[in-house]
Design a protein around this ligand. Structure first.
Ligand code: CFM
Ligand code: HCA
Length: 540
């Protein structure tokens, strides 16, 4: 096995050496070594504007709002107001799965868009938006319609909220709008915040008549059922005896959101994208939240134990232990078989706002080493953690996005636990609102890089030559052409689920195959043997 370079400061100098001075100075603040467990956590620059000209992997605000948070709900008509490209390129690309059952509605296979053209840009698109809502209503009779604006809508000033209000009155269903123009924030992150505000304002808690049965009622926030992850989590929760009221938003329905305030605990899987709803539901309804992680068998077990500890019910605690013991039999068998082939192999992960951290658990279970990792658009708390820095303001940098004013609901605010109870439960390890950041424990030889760009990626690959690189579709083929296998951590390539116990087994097997195949190293890109110019043959 080749020795890997370990001096992060030296490598960092090399990464930024060719950049103009001002650019290098700015990038330097987003690149640092990890820390050993228990060491002080340094500050990292994140959630700032990408320097123009740099090829970033980030997406836009519309992507975060429509594609990420609301898109996976299956019976809301998610209607893009804009030129057709935005609707088309956010159509079925994220592999968020749905299962509606024989009688349920499922609009996921459709792409709804107003298809704005030049005429609408010049004369205004509100008329077209009204017509599109009416057409969607007449065709599908959905329970709810959600509208998303794209960049030109903000520029020409269409009042999508007024259209939503009048159409809601006319049609008698829930219609709400999201001003999530792509340029609104520095990344997808702003779009998450906008979607959180709008579901809170228009949907969550709007049904008080439906009774929700169940002793241990929870919501799962920030789980989007990519590759079927939510189905596996649902299987485990049901087996343990938890009642899942609503998932935000994998395979969810508008009705799930309406009754979500009946849960006694909010569990947050992807904190970056749904933390705002968690905070707002605590303020409004008195439902506390804890961070969970169902990526990794050990992490899943730990999350289940903390959920059970919250309810303080011995029967539940015992059942959770029995489920963990039963599930781990199969998991351990596969780990033991595979670990000798993966131990000591190296990985790098650059993705999104939570997976680059969550997936480190699964690599550790295979005894693999993380050389570097980073998020595309996370904020400081995702890197630095929250029980470490209890006073960090979570949304300090969601610029331009209005904070919703949320107050305790006079009729429905019911604190599920008193402060004294919460303090006592924290001592038992429930850890309300607590979460680890990425930096802590990664080790001083690992690199942490925020908003990695294309140039830095290529440099890192040349220097480190990891056995596997995890990122998305924009990086995939470039990395593979460099002879290194790439696992997409966004859509899982065609794989998954990777969450929970069965998911962990799927992951071990897929990673084993990828790090132990020689195929990528054998491939030579055409220009490696023929030079940069390729000869074309014209068809007569
Ligand atoms: Fe949360 Fe996500 Fe992620 Fe995210 Fe995303 Fe995604 Fe992601 Mo792609 S909500 S932050 S905005 S876990 S779409 S399901 S894979 S970048 S790491
Ligand atoms: C998004 C969605 C994305 C993109 C994935 C990728 C996803 O950011 O708009 O770059 O491969 O998970 O589908 O993150």
């Amino acid at each position: 096995m080749s020795t890997k370079p370990t001096n992060v400061e030296e490598i960092k100098k090399e990464l930024i050496a060719k950049m103009p001075t001002k650019v290098a100075r700015k990038r330097a603040k987003s690149i640092l070594p990890g820390t050993e467990m228990g060491e002080p956590i340094p500050e990292i620059q994140s959630n700032v504007r990408t320097i123009p000209g740099i090829i970033t992997q980030r997406g836009c605000t519309y992507a975060g709002c429509k594609g990420v948070v609301l898109g996976p709900s299956r019976d809301i008509v998610n209607l893009t107001h804009g030129p057709i490209g935005c609707g088309f390129y956010s159509w079925l690309t994220r592999r968020n799965q749905t299962e509606a059952g024989p009688d349920g509605e499922n609009f996921i296979p459709y792409s709804f868009s107003t298809d704005m053209t030049e005429h609408d840009i010049v004369f205004g698109g509100e008329k077209k938006l009204r017509a599109a809502i009416k057409e969607a209503y007449d065709t599908f009779h959905p329970k709810a319609i959600s509208i998303f604006s794209t960049c030109p809508v903000g520029l020409i000033g269409d009042d999508i909220h007024a259209v939503a209000r009048t159409m809601q009155e006319e049609l008698g269903i829930t219609i709400f709008a999201n001003s999530c123009e792509g340029y609104k924030g520095v990344s997808q992150s702003a779009g998450h915040h906008i979607a959180n505000n709008q579901i809170m304002k228009h949907v969550i808690g709007t049904d008080d008549d439906t009774k929700i049965e169940g002793k241990f009622k929870v919501n799962m926030l920030g789980e989007y059922n990519i590759g079927g992850d939510a189905f596996e989590i649902e299987r485990i929760l049901e087996k343990c005896g938890f009642t899942l009221v609503a998932t935000f938003s994998g395979n969810s329905t508008v009705q799930d959101f309406r009754v979500a305030h009946n849960a006694d605990l909010n569990t947050v899987m992807c904190h970056r994208s749904l933390n705002y709803v968690a905070e707002m539901m605590e303020t409004k309804f008195g439902i506390p939240w804890i961070k969970v992680n169902f990526i990794g068998a050990e992490a899943s077990a730990k999350s289940l134990r903390r959920m059970a500890a919250y309810f303080e019910d011995q029967e539940l605690i015992d059942r959770v232990e029995a489920v963990i013991a039963e599930e781990l039999v199969a998991v351990n068998k596969v780990v033991e078989e595979i670990k000798p082939r993966t131990a000591g192999k190296t990985a790098m992960l650059f993705v999104g706002g939570s997976r680059a951290h969550h997936y480190q658990e699964l690599f550790k279970e295979l005894d693999m080493k993380i050389l570097g990792a980073g998020y595309e658009f996370a904020h400081r708390d995702d890197y630095e953690g929250r029980h470490v820095l209890p006073n960090i303001k979570v949304d300090a940098d969601s610029r331009n996005i209005e904070e919703l004013e949320i107050l305790p609901d006079p009729e429905r605010y019911k604190p599920r636990k008193t402060e004294a109870e919460m303090a006592r439960l924290n001592e038992k390890g429930v850890d309300f609102k607590g979460y680890e950041g990425m930096i802590e424990g990664m080790g001083k030889n690992a690199m942490v890089i925020d908003d990695i760009n294309h140039y830095e990626t290529e440099k890192l690959l040349e220097i480190y030559k990891p056995d596997i690189f995890c990122a998305g579709i924009k990086e995939k083929f470039i990395v593979q052409k460099m002879g290194i296998p790439l696992k997409q951590l966004h859509n899982y390539d065609m794989g998954g689920p990777y969450a929970g116990f069965n998911g962990a087994i799927n992951w071990y097997r897929d990673i084993d195959r990828m790090v132990n195949t020689k195929v990528w190293a054998l491939i030579k890109a055409p220009w490696q043997s023929t030079g940069p110019e390729l000869e074309a043959t014209y068809v007569a």
